[in-house]
Design a protein around this ligand. Structure first.
Ligand code: PMP
Length: 393
């Protein structure tokens, strides 16, 4: 029977990682997989995470099941982090297996509420959005997003695209640090997005995977908070993988803000039900690390300080790369790298140019020319800049 299975296309980014490992050239540069790396190329365990784990080890006296929606401590702490002042009467939430789990459970929840929905996703978007939607057999359409000339958001086209959503459809938005492009709407443009959603009656689903990686913890949540305050119904899928550096602990949360009252209780019940059907209780260790940090003023300050170092490191690399490219190319056409936010930038190179950079300079980036800024350090930035110009990007 297993012979009936069809071969699955390998994940392109994981395949690229394999190629990188096999490359024996000195000075090879990995700008592929979306994991933060410090200037030494390591993905460290954050200081506050280590301390929180120690505290948990010392004080935890049971590993019995928690609740189907995870612990209230974690859900409260995350509501505070993402929403600031969380409107408890409107909020239903459940811990999930990473941000990916939140996206999957969120889409399942929306489909239970409206089996006829169409999901609107940005073109491009994180490839897992598309693969989950396809796997679910869920109808979706793409709205224009990226302007390949300016490497910014093609906002007029985006607004026109999301304006086509019908009442009861879902518009999937990246709350900050758009993956894969790095291009994000301005605060004013976010207001226009909210106005469009109000007009059409489509429900926003916000994927927030990089809070704290762009302009700061609060700034990166500003669009999500504004939409949550303005729209009657909003779904948020947040991940702790990047900002707490706990990728493998699989820590995420699904939050739904609705009308409150009975609708809130129905939503909360549906979230617990969905968890039970999929994996029963969500993992606790990562969630407990997060709530331990956020509930402790000192640990929280320590975490925020380290996250800020991470953010500043990436911003510094963006500035350095843009400057190198300005002087090598004699033009400001690469300044978008400095304006992009988060871990990624889409360079706008052709697949041939991406292949040339790999062949000539051992620089590995995803075929759509998404590069992970955190894969760079002060020494490799000039190497990349030269390769970009030599490839004729
Ligand atoms: N959304 C986006 C846009 C992402 O880039 C990621 C991580 N690559 C996620 C969600 C989810 O991450 P995880 O499941 O590892 O928490």
């Amino acid at each position: 029977m297993f012979g009936n299975l069809k071969p699955q296309a390998p994940d392109k980014i994981l395949a690229l990682m394999g190629e990188y490992k096999a490359d024996t050239r000195q000075g090879k540069i990995d700008l592929g997989v979306g994991v933060y790396k410090d200037p030494n190329g390591l993905t460290p365990v954050m200081r506050a995470v280590k301390t929180a784990e120690q505290k948990i080890w010392e004080s935890q006296d049971s590993k019995a099941y928690t609740g189907l929606a995870g612990t209230q401590d974690y859900r409260d702490a995350m509501a505070g982090l993402v929403l600031g002042e969380a409107p408890a009467d409107r909020l239903a939430s459940a811990a999930t297996v990473g941000g990916t789990g939140a996206i999957r459970q969120g889409l399942e929840l929306l489909r239970m509420a409206n089996p006829d929905m169409v999901v609107h996703v940005s073109d491009p978007t994180w490839p897992n959005h598309l693969s989950i939607l396809k796997f679910m057999g869920q109808d979706f359409v793409e709205y224009p997003y990226f302007d390949n000339d300016t490497r910014g958001v093609d906002f007029e086209a985006m607004l026109d695209g999301i304006g086509r959503a019908k009442k009861g459809d879902v518009v999937l938005l990246h709350g900050c640090c758009h993956n894969p492009t790095g291009a994000n709407p301005t605060a004013e443009q976010w207001e226009a997005i909210a106005e469009s959603l109000e007009k059409t009656g489509a429900v926003p689903m916000i994927d927030l995977a990089y809070q704290g990686f762009g302009d700061g913890l609060d700034a990166d949540a500003a669009a999500t908070r504004m939409i949550a305050a303005r729209l009657p119904e909003v779904l948020i899928a947040a991940s702790c993988s990047k900002n707490f550096g706990i990728y493998r602990e699989r820590t995420g949360i699904l939050m739904a803000l609705g009308e409150g009252g009975e609708a809130r209780d129905l939503t909360q019940g549906a979230m617990a039900y969905l968890n039970r059907q999929t994996y029963s209780f969500p993992p606790d260790h990562g969630a407990r690390i997060v709530s331990t940090i956020l509930e402790d003023a000192d640990l929280s300050a320590n975490w925020k300080a380290e996250l800020e170092e991470v953010r500043q490191t990436m911003l510094g690399l963006r500035t350095q790369l843009a400057e190198e490219l300005r002087s090598l190319s004699g033009s400001d056409k690469f300044d978008f790298i400095e304006h992009h936010r988060g871990m990624f930038s889409r360079l706008g190179a052709t697949p041939e140019q991406v292949a040339k950079m790999k062949a000539d300079s051992a620089i590995y980036m995803v075929g759509d020319s998404r590069l992970n800024i955190a894969g760079l350090n002060r020494d490799s930035v000039p190497v990349l800049a030269r390769a970009i110009v030599e490839a004729g990007v």
